[in-house]
Design a protein around this ligand. Sequence first.
Ligand code: NAP
Length: 283
Amino acid sequence: MTAQLIDGKAIAAKVRAELKDDVAAMIARVGRPPGIAVVRVGDDPASKVYVTSKEKTALELGFGSWHHHLEATVTQAELMALVRRLNADPAVDGILVQLPLPRHLDANAVLEAIDPAKDVDGFHALNAGLLFQGRPRLVACTPAGVMRMLEEIGFDPAGRNCVVVGRSNIVGRPMGLLLLNASATVTICHSKSDVAAEVRRADLVVAAVGVPKLITGDFIKPGAVVIDVGMNRTPEGKLVGDVDFEPARERASFITPVPGGVGPMTIAMLMSNTVTAAKARTS
Ligand code: NAP
């Protein structure tokens, strides 16, 4: 079997096209588009690329978009003051503080200071807690994007063995909870797990680790769906996932490429969350 590719770029384009109608409807209803403020601290090159891409997408969709770039030497108090100003700004529906922050800053304190109604990254404890309780509001973008991809290929997680590799707060844990909420039987693996044994039973594998080729082709149950969240740079500068793509592709039914798989979905879901937040704040 050679797996069908899941085209993240095409699905993300579909999500963005749907959002354009929401933007037009909001302008007609409240006289302004949804607004997103992105905060970047310091000069991390990857963060600059992500933020530029987020801003570009927001502008393409006709959102209000504000970029606050602070010096790496900014104090916790100054950053918290900016978050409070954005919380109070009625034109701002979504606030995103790009991670990682420089080491002297307490990222958790900053994320907790964001108004949960504007927490379009879904990282605030309130939004994480609502997802935990099975009544999600604003959900972390990457796992939300994976769920949309599964919907697009017609994979219903209910009753299926779904294995998530990785337990970070931004990908693995919310991914496991979204699948559980969709009635999957969920296993979440981490660095102490027997990953091979768990993945071999999986109807769906979501790899979110950050280790190139950790998931080898022989781990994949024939016919399984394979979603590769990993984004790793090889010494030659190539972008690769956590799954050994070619051999896995020979066993899976569907598989995401890297690049062009989950990556484009993350920004599309950020925009979707901003529209969700804007609707909730203005209705
Ligand atoms: P993270 O915070 O570093 O978490 C990695 C997780 O993988 C941890 O739970 C860790 O286990 C687990 N792990 C590490 N080595 C392992 C091993 N040998 N076997 C099993 N589990 C292992 O990473 P993250 O932020 O979740 O990101 C994961 C990957 O996704 C990265 O490549 C990142 O670049 C990528 N990513 C992509 C997108 C996108 O838009 N496509 C978005 C976010 C992240 P412990 O908890 O036991 O340490």
